[in-house]
Design a protein around this ligand. Structure first.
Ligand SMILES: [Zn+2]
Length: 383
């Protein structure tokens, strides 16, 4: 049942739709006869759904996301690009070519390859030499006439002090640099200072999976999101929507604050297999539902526009440009009128419960999901 509850985030359609079309509920991932019996009962006489605990609060399903996107065709342009994914260079299942082919098949025009950096040994993170070699590989793919644009990126580990672990000169050669916290993710006190330091890191343009939450496993960090969003808008650093079904990080509630403060957003699937690339829809739907303006989504930009913006963020953070700050301030006037009165994130109060009692073992069946290479993986503690 626990496994089905997680898989339900990834079902492509609602259980009710499966039943209405006369098919078996056991077609749905992780639903056996036992669980199917319960679902059928709930569909027959719908019970009042319980309020989800913080560990499961604020997630939408892939089926819901698809419905939202169908109602907003103008947002399809956000689906042209996927700005986070991993390959077999680190902890992904597949090659760059395989990820690119799968992304092209579902209509992407651009992907960023963002494998892990060296500190994250559990993911076989790359050092500078491997990053350079990967760059040569991507250049060869380009020269060979790739169907879609393949950007050189990285998901660089950030210390809680906001420092990266890679040579800035190597990072400057990349098309897009994500920074992400992977340690001390269970601290309960306000982490605003950590976020501000991360956003100010001169070498990153995107702060990936900011909260570090994982469905039913880890509730994630808390902070004053208004303050963090404001600093993101000032530095130009985009906050990510990691669309992986059991991350969804940032979530709709926080994205509303991001939108109000005029910060930019980058959307990525964090896919570790080709089959996970479809979940970009979850991130796009979250942006729509939160009211993030389309012109503040990096994915909507064309490749040259993205390159320009990345250059602007780099220049401004290094203090070489005054031009950038005026561009980013463009929306802050309207944003300030919409600012929330409260300084603290009201959502963070429900986030301070029992994180340490969460079981740390993967869900049953996770190992087989992990190795199949075609199905979503178990919740990750790292990466
Ligand atoms: Zn990560």
């Amino acid at each position: 049942m626990r496994r089905a509850s997680r898989s339900a985030l990834m079902w492509p359609e609602e259980a009710s739709a499966v039943q209405e079309s006369g098919r078996r509920l056991t077609e749905l991932r992780s639903v056996g006869p036992f669980t199917a019996h319960f679902i059928a009962e709930w569909l027959r006489a719908a019970p009042e759904p319980p309020v989800p605990p913080p560990l499961r609060h604020g997630f939408i399903t892939y089926a819901q996301a698809r419905v939202v996107l169908e109602a907003h065709p103008e947002w399809r342009e956000a689906a042209r690009a996927d700005h986070q994914m991993h390959t077999d260079e680190t902890d992904g299942s597949s090659t760059i070519e395989e990820m690119a082919a799968a992304a092209a098949e579902i209509g992407r025009e651009r992907i960023a390859i963002t494998d892990h950096s060296k500190t994250l040994r559990i993911t076989n993170g790359m050092d500078e030499a491997r990053l350079v070699a990967q760059g040569e590989h991507i250049a060869a793919i380009k020269a060979g006439g790739s169907e879609i644009a393949v950007l050189r990126g990285i998901e660089m580990d950030l210390t809680p002090e906001g420092a990266g672990d890679m040579d800035p000169e190597r990072l400057a050669e990349l098309d897009l640099v994500l920074g992400a916290f992977h340690s001390k993710l269970r601290l309960r006190d306000d982490q605003s200072d950590r976020y501000v330091r991360g956003l100010e890191n001169p070498d990153i343009q995107v702060l990936a999976h900011p909260r570090g939450r994982i469905y039913n496993f880890r509730v994630g960090l808390s902070c004053d999101w208004q303050r963090v969003a404001r600093r993101a808008a000032e530095t130009g650093t985009a906050l990510e929507i990691d669309s992986y079904p059991d991350r969804q990080d940032l979530d709709i509630e926080r994205l509303r604050i991001i939108a109000a403060e005029g910060a930019w957003v980058s959307i990525g699937t964090d896919a570790h297999t080709p089959s996970e690339l479809v979940f970009l829809d979850i991130g796009i739907a979250a942006a729509i539902l939160a009211g993030v303006p389309r012109d503040h989504i990096l994915n909507v930009l064309s490749a040259p526009e993205l390159a320009e913006r990345v250059g602007l963020i780099r220049a401004t953070k290094k203090g070489h440009s005054n031009e950038g700050s005026t561009i980013w301030q463009g929306v802050s006037a309207s944003a300030s009128t919409r600012r929330r009165g409260s300084r603290a994130d009201p959502a963070s109060s429900d986030v301070r419960t029992e994180v340490d009692s969460v079981p740390t073992r993967p869900a049953p069946g996770a190992a087989s999901l992990r190795t199949s290479g075609s199905k979503p993986r178990t919740p990750r503690r790292k990466g």
